[in-house]
Design a protein around this ligand. Structure first.
Ligand code: NAD
Length: 471
């Protein structure tokens, strides 16, 4: 029986391994993590992450061929294939701070693998890492190997949070990069054999190591760039009377452009886009490609600008001040169907409103209230850490209340900011909400998901990104 161990039981390690276990009943999969509460949660009925369909997959194989354990070294030692899915945040200090990937978690995992291994292993980069990381990992492993053979593969993960299980069941592609040596090709084949249980052969792409590593950064950069492009266009729409939804529809019909990822919003978030682009910028700079670096830097800058633009719009619409005004924040996660708040645009928007002394009442269906308080009471450098590694602030921000439903959040408010496109926000009783709000009552739709005509009929003053303003 092939044994797989995955180091890192997070948003990627947990779901990817659960799906491998489900699709490959004859493979034993153990997911390990140094953060014990996460392992306890994976072994309970309250999984540590919210992801549609995940509970079901885990229930079907946990205890059969899927295990979660804090006994990291034991399971790594026993494995044939070791996936490494640890966090690779942006460095906050030292050389490359603010841009380069922090590979300390990766390096310590690699050293531990070398230390505990007693048999040959395939080590798979599942985390997103800078191109050429495999070279560094190879050095660490081979210099500490005690005669053991390690083959490094790059197998970046392309799942999107919120649709992770569906993405893993039917991936657009699985990418495997390896050395062009016979041993490297053998390792690629071994990993292909795992995916071949459910992924059609034509969807498994094999490349050299550097192409696979760079493809992941490139994919995220292209996706984020698309969002920044449409968001940049939304600013011009507002200035000219064009409607960004109409523009998106029109350009999306061009098959060279396509309709996906053309929805204007308050900005992209999530743990990956920004950090991976900054990483790309740093790699370009290190390779003497300043112009290319500047190009990608703009994608992040437009994203920041979009959040600032949104906050400015809220404040200017509400008679140039939100001081002492209650504003309801609907949605805090970086997108719907996840409880993940890493780099969510809601943080920047809320902090912008708080700096103008607004009183915020925040509701999100999946993000725990303590998480919201923690995100808002922290310094930017701490936000780069994974949520469970962030310090808990005992002082809740006085201007912020987190509530259990949208009606409570909006009661007595002057304005509503929709910051996550949760489906439930579309079907709320907006007449009731309007009746319970201060007048004039404003809605600022940061995701362009609201029925603007209906809201205007009720009496709301509505601002949607990239759309003509209320008279
Ligand atoms: P995460 O923070 O949710 O999980 C990482 C886990 O690794 C944490 O639980 C941490 O405790 C654990 N860990 C760190 N060092 C360890 C060690 N030495 N031994 C054992 N466990 C250790 O991160 P994530 O969102 O799952 O992302 C993991 C990687 O995958 C990152 O490189 C990320 O860029 C990439 N990625 C993420 C997504 C996504 O949507 N979240 C998608 C594709 C790729």
């Amino acid at each position: 029986m092939v044994k797989i161990c995955c180091i890192g039981a997070g948003y990627v390690g947990g779901p990817t391994m659960a799906v491998i276990a489900l699709k490959c009943p004859k493979i034993e999969v153990v997911v390990v993590d140094i953060f014990e509460p996460r392992i306890i949660a994976w072994n309970s009925d309250q999984l540590p992450i919210y992801e549609p369909g995940l509970d079901d997959v885990v229930k079907q194989c946990r205890g059969k061929n899927l295990f979660f354990s804090k006994d990291v070294e034991k399971h790594v030692a026993e494995a044939d294939i070791v996936f490494v899915s640890v966090n690779t945040p942006t460095k906050t200090q030292g050389l490359g701070a603010g841009k380069a990937a922090d590979l300390t978690y990766w390096e310590s995992a690699a050293r531990m693998i070398a230390d505990v291994s007693k048999s040959d292993k395939i080590v798979v980069e599942k985390s997103t890492v800078p191109v050429k990381t495999a070279e560094a990992i190879e050095k660490i492993l081979t210099h500490n190997s005690k005669g053991i053979n390690f083959q490094i593969l790059s197998n970046p993960e392309f799942l999107a949070e919120g649709t992770a299980i569906q993405d893993l069941f039917k991936p657009d592609r699985v990418l495997i990069g390896g050395r062009e040596t016979p041993e490297g090709q053998k390792a690629i084949q071994a990993l292909k054999d795992v995916y071949a249980h459910w992924v059609p052969a034509e969807r498994i792409i094999c490349t050299n190591l550097w192409s696979a590593e760079l493809s992941k950064l490139a994919a995220n950069a292209f996706l984020a760039q698309r969002i920044s492009s449409v968001n940049a266009m939304s600013a011009l729409c507002e200035a000219t009377g064009a409607d960004v939804s109409q523009v998106s529809h029109a350009i999306g019909k061009d098959t060279r452009i396509g309709p996906k990822f053309l929805n204007a919003s308050v900005g992209f978030g999530g743990s990956c886009f920004q950090k991976d682009i900054l990483n790309l910028v740093y790699i370009c700079e290190c390779n003497g490609l300043a112009e290319v670096a500047n190009y990608w830097k703009q994608v992040v800058q437009v994203n920041e600008y979009q959040k600032t633009r949104f906050v400015n719009r809220v404040v200017s619409s509400m008679f140039n001040t939100v001081s002492g005004k209650k504003i309801a924040i609907l949605g805090f996660a970086f997108k719907k169907d996840t409880g993940d708040t890493r780099e969510t645009p809601a943080i920047g928007v809320c902090q912008g409103l708080l700096s103008d002394k607004a009183i915020l009442s925040i509701y999100d269906p999946q993000v725990p209230q303590e998480q919201i308080q923690r995100d808002l009471s922290m310094h930017k450098s701490e936000l780069d850490k994974p949520p469970h590694l962030r310090p808990v602030s005992p002082i809740a921000i006085e201007q912020v209340t987190c509530v259990r439903d949208a009606y409570e959040a909006t009661k007595g408010a002057h304005g509503i900011c929709v910051l996550t496109e949760w489906d439930e926000f579309k079907t709320l009783d907006y007449q009731k909400i309007y009746n319970d709000m201060q007048k004039p009552a404003f809605v600022f739709d940061g995701r362009n998901v609201m029925d603007v005509d209906k809201l205007r009929q009720i009496g709301f003053i509505v601002y949607s990104i990239g759309k003509p303003l209320d008279a």
